[in-house]
Design a protein. Structure first.
Length: 363
């Protein structure tokens, strides 16, 4: 029995790599306490700060709190690891590795704060007219990636890994990748051009004649997602959108309505003049949704003798860009024209053909 106790004591004191089991247990307790403090920060400190931010009208403090929420949780873990490295009798390579791990956690926490602060930065810049929503999204993602790359390089340097040869090797690897991923880089550059030229933004209604018509949802690094009017998403490579003519309906200052109205030939000259005048009163009435285009005057004029009708051309504009509103304006115009035509004793013509039958002379 005495020998077993001595064996147990020897194992307990020898432990692992010269660290006794009691020291290992204490280290685990320290780490457990660090995780408990992490939970306390989330449940007590963060909630207390949330109550403070709710008392203010500004949204800036809410954004700052959101950016610090995760990094604050890393601090107790980092402190716990540091206390463990100081407490344990580490030496040699193990001591160096443990110290470097703590340093890496410190770097990770700092760069985590910086990455989350990027969102705060772009919240401040959101009101600038030169920074569109798509450009903001791209720049924010790119800046986040750049910060993490720098942070990763710092961590590698902490562990003594030379960055120079690694960058050179990555350079050769990148050349090989670039040769096999030309489409990827074409799409990336095309996406940058789309955003830089402000061709369209998320939420815009765009159309490529004969191909698709829908609402832009996202502009990504490689592709753009457009929600078609049948609600199905269409994912289009950016290079395909940069090589075609895209109609951005949201950027239109005015939408044009051009109709040809066919009146029966029985319509008198006075009726034609009165019909045109009444239609012009309607299309120049801004209260009905029509707009005055400085570049082109709205009009309603008799323009042609058709095959079976007298043709009136109606040209007008509206500054309502959304599809539903535009359809409502056209409906108002249609009903007004119908009432005007009938009021002046005319009617709408339809294609017709007259057939004359000649009787043959009797023999």
């Amino acid at each position: 029995m005495q020998n077993f106790i001595e064996l147990l004591s020897s194992v307990w004191n020898q432990g692992l790599l010269g660290i006794s089991i009691s020291q290992i247990i204490i280290s685990l307790v320290i780490l457990l306490v660090a995780f408990i403090f992490r939970g306390m920060i989330s449940n007590i400190v963060i909630k207390w700060l949330e109550r403070l931010t709710e008392k203010t009208d500004s949204k800036i403090d809410d954004v700052i709190l959101d950016s610090l929420r995760k990094p604050l949780g890393y601090i107790p873990i980092t402190i716990g690891l540091y206390i463990i490295t100081v407490y344990l009798p580490l030496a040699g390579l193990i001591d160096v590795i443990a110290t470097n791990i703590v340093k890496a956690f410190v770097v990770f926490t700092i760069f985590s704060v910086l990455v989350n602060a990027v969102e705060l930065l772009f919240k401040f810049l959101a009101g600038n007219s030169w920074l569109t929503s798509a450009m903001s999204s791209w720049l924010e993602k790119s800046l986040r990636v750049l910060i993490w790359i720098i942070g990763f390089a710092v961590i590698l340097d902490i562990f003594g890994i030379q960055i120079g040869p690694l960058i050179a090797g990555l350079g050769l690897f990148s050349v090989a990748i670039a040769l096999g991923a030309q489409d990827l880089f074409k799409n990336l550059i095309a996406g940058m051009l789309i955003i830089g030229e402000n061709r369209f933004q998320p939420g815009d209604r765009i159309e490529v004649v004969g191909q698709f018509h829908g609402i832009v949802e996202t502009i990504g690094f490689r592709s753009t997602t457009v929600r078609l009017f049948n609600t199905s998403p269409m994912i289009i490579p950016n290079k395909d959108l940069s090589d075609v003519s895209v109609i951005n309906h949201k950027q239109l200052k005015f939408r044009r309505i051009r109709w040809v109205i066919n009146l029966v030939y029985a319509t008198t000259a006075d009726s034609i003049i009165n019909i045109c005048n009444d239609i012009e009163k309607v299309i120049n009435n801004t209260e009905l949704g029509f707009a005055i285009n400085p570049g082109q005057e709205s009009f309603a004029k008799a323009v042609e003798f058709g095959a079976s009708s007298i043709d009136l051309e109606v040209l007008c504009y509206t500054d309502i860009n959304n599809y539903t509103g535009f359809s409502e304006v056209k409906q108002k115009l249609l009903l007004e024209i119908q009432q005007i035509v009938l009021k002046h004793g005319s009617d709408f013509a339809f294609p017709s053909r007259s057939v004359y039958i000649e009787s043959s002379p009797t023999e």
